[in-house]
Ligand binder design. Structure first.
Ligand code: DX5
Ligand code: ZN
Length: 219
């Protein structure tokens, strides 16, 4: 029997001049809103700063899943939790004190999540599984939407799923998730799916979210 499936649309490639109406399109059918924060250091792209992100978080009809692709994330992560993110994801590669930062996020009532770039191995971070609410396995190099899904990451998803075992930890994939790839990720063990361009380049974003969910559930 299939467990729960969560669809978390990314607004990275949505129409930024009409962001509120873009979000409204998918609000009824999505689980969380995925907000990609980039600083032009950790990744070669720049998105919202904390002020702009805080406004999005406060006005969003959906709980916000903040994915922080920023260098020196330790202090910034706390600010995103304080701003009201339902979930805050830090990259293991950008964090000095992972354990403390995860705890700081949770102290604000947010879910704490750890992300791994394609070159990072889950075996190096097993110790943090007792601290996290979600693990994010990147299925593209972080930085841009619209890239090709890295099917070779499925071994890492499978390994992570096995390490999670019976713990209540969500397993998210991000990058290149589409109707063609979501089943592969689900079969490998993912349960939480970020989809950016697949949703917002669709003529009917809400219908696309519903189709992705159905596909992930094997329907
Ligand atoms: C990439 C971002 C993703 C991106 C996904 O670094 O973390 O969330 O928006 O976009 P698609 O679904 O187009 O790959
Ligand atoms: Zn993301």
């Amino acid at each position: 029997m299939l467990g729960e499936v969560r669809i978390t649309p990314s607004i990275l490639n949505a129409d930024k001049s009409h962001l509120q109406s873009e979000i409204v399109k998918i609000a009824q059918v999505s689980d969380l809103l995925h907000l990609d924060i980039m600083d032009n250091h950790f990744v070669p792209n720049l998105t919202w700063d904390l002020d702009a992100a805080s406004t999005i978080i406060k006005e969003s009809p959906l709980p916000v899943d903040s994915h922080l692709m920023v260098a020196d994330v330790d202090e910034i992560a706390v600010a995103y939790a304080e701003a009201g993110s339902a979930s805050v994801t830090i990259h293991a590669e950008a964090c000095r004190d992972i354990r403390q930062t995860l705890r700081n996020i949770k102290a604000y009532g947010s879910r704490a999540s750890l992300a791994l770039k394609p070159a990072s191995q889950i075996s190096d971070y097993v110790d943090f599984l007792n601290e996290v609410d979600m693990i994010l396995i990147m299925t593209v190099e972080p930085g841009f939407g619209g890239q090709k899904f890295m099917v070779e990451m499925m071994a890492k998803v499978q390994e992570t799923k096995k390490l999670i075992g019976s713990r209540d930890i969500w397993l998210q994939v991000d990058g290149g998730v589409s109707l063609e790839t979501i089943e592969i990720a689900r079969e490998a063990g993912a349960d939480t799916f970020v989809a950016g361009s697949a949703v917002f380049s669709s003529s009917d974003p809400a219908q696309m979210v519903n189709m992705l969910r159905a596909r992930a559930m094997g329907q």
